[in-house]
Design a protein around this ligand. Sequence first.
Ligand SMILES: *[C@@H]1O[C@H](CO)[C@@H](O)[C@H](O)[C@H]1NC(C)=O
Ligand SMILES: *[C@@H]1O[C@H](CO)[C@@H](O)[C@H](O)[C@H]1NC(C)=O
Length: 367
Amino acid sequence: MSSLDMASKYQASIFLVFTATLLVAVNGVPQVPCYFIFGDSLMDNGNNNHLHTNSKVNFPPYGIDFPDGPTGRFSNGRNIADVIAQLLGFENFIQPFATARSDEIIKGVNYASGGAGIREESGQHMGERISLNNQIKNHRITILRLILLVGRGSLVATRKYLHKCMYTVGMGNNDYINNYFVPEYYKTSSLYSPEEYALLLVEQYSQQLQALYTYGARKFGVFAAGYSGCTPGMMAIYGMNSCVDSINNAIVLFNTLLNTTLNDLNNKYPDAKFIYIDASLQYPTDLNITDKPCCEVSSSIDGKGNCIPDHIPCSNRKNYVFWDAFHPTERVSIIGGTQAYKRLSPLYASEAISLLIDNDQSHVSDV
Ligand SMILES: *[C@@H]1O[C@H](CO)[C@@H](O)[C@H](O)[C@H]1NC(C)=O
Ligand SMILES: *[C@@H]1O[C@H](CO)[C@@H](O)[C@H](O)[C@H]1NC(C)=O
């Protein structure tokens, strides 16, 4: 297939916004005091490293372009959450829940886990993972720690702090490619039509987002599911050399419902804002859009689609869309993250205003 065919399968178009970096606060103060990340392998930065799962990648060549080497990020370098954190003005990356220290959780926590889904069972054939429900449970643990750290024992002060944080949630990918479209392990596709399944997923997702609201979240960026039918991994499984339309069509149903549901939540909770982010790409022309991943990927059952450990990857990584069979290169995460950051601007711009008019900042300062 031609590269243009593939690009056209990605629906929304984005454009590069290099100027966005100019908006980062110059004095080193991030635009929000804290950033919490919920998601799957597209955002995981090490939470799976200690789990028994094939969905972990803390070995070379992962991290070849990352200062700390292999960290568990499913990328050659930064992932999309890292890019957003940097654009928001955070000096350090948001730390994984698995290892974050007290002085770090004040800036937020990354709960994301490779293989995780909205549904509890999604991804279980690959091993352990932290489902969205369990990520939310982990967030409760963080809040208990924050009550002592930033609230000085006060729940009210802690909630006020939590209101100011950015929350991004990116789920749904594994509910399709590691559940609905793996009928040998999961029965969802025989129980539900794609329409019924999308409705079921989005209803559960909505409950989960509202649970975060009750824990104090007010600024939500919610990612659309990716069009996984265009990943080299799914094309190989289906024996196709073009995008797998049946997968993408099911995901479009999910994304459309998600968008509507976020509008409903905006109406239901006037003191919160839910922003829908579709990070799908219309790639810049210098990206060599090929359905081949940069690294040589494993076809064995263990870690299928992951880079083969210690193999030397392609050298022109900036020209590749896919790093391994399912995950984008850092270059693509920078493009998607820059676009997402711009879409999130109503959340941090309003924050800047509320900080200006908020006289009671005792709970933010000197922590
Ligand atoms: C999402 O919903 C809004 C409001 O109904 C609509 O204007 C917008 O086009 C929708 N976006 C997508 C990508 O479906
Ligand atoms: C794009 O990839 C093809 C196939 O690997 C290669 O022949 C070509 O030189 C690449 N182009 C660029 C600009 O990297």
